[in-house]
Design a protein around this ligand. Structure first.
Ligand SMILES: *Cc1c(COP(=O)(O)O)cnc(C)c1O
Length: 407
């Protein structure tokens, strides 16, 4: 009989979202008239910007024309899109990123997992706690961890707690680690990293030959002009960091699919014989072999994000969600809850009242207010005692949910 990848059996059987669904369904069955409002899932709710739609419609027409038709595109993405990204997202912020260092993909989630293809199996790996579960689960699947303990922690991973006590920024570890996952603005806590904090990480990584995986999926939600949007705004980052970006949250592409990963030409890793190897060339090889690129139509849609109209429309989308975040913050604070995040990120991270557990607070909110959020403990042991509320929803749902919580 064919054998399987036993590492999959170590996974905590997708505990968080199925368990939320189980509790919500049980409540809905027992209370069929309750109008449940879901502020739990990290998916956008507003439709695609008009500029992106128009560009995609025009691209569909291109595909129906003999002369403008495109077959297989470059696996790295079309140059016209990579040039706009390099210029608008990096060079305009003083980061020397070249279009050849940008790889267009169908998702940051996918790339965060796929990137492990080009790294060895004996690296020590650090993640924050709480954490975006994809970083952990993809390492479990790749066999980089031991089994899970009853706190939900996997053997061999280095967990860096992020809590109110350390302003949701991890203490730089004492021991050397090879790969470090950082996500700023952070999902789930909504926390941000100062320039000084990122500089400390970059210095650490350069001192130890580590590589930082920097997930900037929420950079567009930064409102504080002092905060860096890209790790490449930090001196030395070109030698130690890969950055993941996505059109999912800023332009509502969660169902359309387009993202990109930045791999600087200067980034190096070590081969078994001790020689230094270009990470860029390995990723290029990996993508060329295992990936066919993103569809021409979708890349045209993403390109339109950088048009004047597109920029205005995505700014309006982001402002809309951030106004939701402000409403959530203000109402929950007024209700006496301690809230974090929600200023430079679409997530509000709430301290559960009176020391009750994340899941008890989940049940309380569901039963008393018919509002669904996400228990912080589902993102890691150090998320216990916290709760995530997402700003991705209609204004009406946000206002109604907040009215229920505060009355
Ligand atoms: C939503 C999200 C992404 C984006 O993922 P895509 O695959 O590009 O849709 C990446 N990282 C985090 C932490 C996210 O929450």
């Amino acid at each position: 009989m064919a054998t399987i990848n036993d590492n999959y059996l170590k996974l905590k059987a997708g505990y968080l979202f199925p368990e939320i669904a189980r509790r919500v369904n049980a409540f809905a069955e027992a209370n069929p008239t309750a109008a449940i409002i879901k502020l739990g899932i990290g998916d956008v709710t507003e439709p695609l910007p008009a500029a992106c739609r128009a560009a995609m419609v025009a691209a569909v027409e291109d595909m129906g024309d003999r002369d403008r038709f495109r077959g297989y595109g470059p696996e790295q993405g079309y140059l016209w899109l990579r040039e706009k990204i390099a210029q608008h997202d990096f060079q305009a912020r003083g980061c020397q990123i070249d279009p050849s260092e940008i790889f267009i993909s169908d998702g940051s989630k996918c790339d965060c997992g796929n990137i492990l293809d080009i790294f060895g199996n004996t690296n020590s790996i650090a993640v924050t706690d709480p954490v975006y579960p994809v970083y952990v689960d993809t390492n479990v699947m790749a066999g980089h961890t031991g089994p899970v303990n009853d706190r939900g922690e996997y053997g061999q991973l280095v967990y860096l707690p992020i809590q109110a006590e350390n302003n949701f920024t991890a203490r730089i570890p004492d021991q050397p680690v090879d790969l470090i996952y950082l996500c700023f603005p952070n999902n789930p806590t909504g926390a941000v990293a100062s320039r000084a904090h990122l500089q400390a990480w970059v210095n650490y990584a350069r001192a130890h030959g580590s590589i930082i995986f920097f997930d900037a999926a929420y950079e567009a939600f930064i409102t504080d002009p002092e905060l860096p949007h890209s790790i490449y705004e930090i001196e030395g980052a070109r030698d130690c960091a890969i950055e993941f970006r996505s059109f999912s949250k800023n332009a509502g592409f969660t169902g359309t699919r387009c993202a990109f990963t930045v791999v600087p030409q200067s980034l190096q890793g070590k081969a078994a014989d001790g020689s230094a190897v270009s990470i860029h060339s390995l990723w290029n090889r990996r993508q060329s072999t295992k990936f066919n690129g993103v569809s021409y139509i979708v890349q045209r849609g993403a390109e339109a994000v950088y048009s004047a109209a597109g920029q205005e429309q995505i700014q309006a989308l982001i402002s809309f969600y951030m106004e939701n975040a402000r409403i959530i913050r203000e109402h929950l604070s007024a209700a006496g809850l301690q809230v974090y995040g929600g200023v430079n990120a679409p997530y509000v991270w709430v301290r559960t009242p009176d020391g009750i557990s994340s899941w008890d607070f989940f049940d309380k909110l569901l039963h008393n207010c018919h509002v669904v959020g996400t228990p912080g403990s589902g993102f890691g042991a150090a998320g216990e005692g916290y709760f995530r509320i997402s700003a991705f929803n209609s204004r009406q749902n946000v206002l109604e949910a907040m009215a229920r919580i505060t009355t």
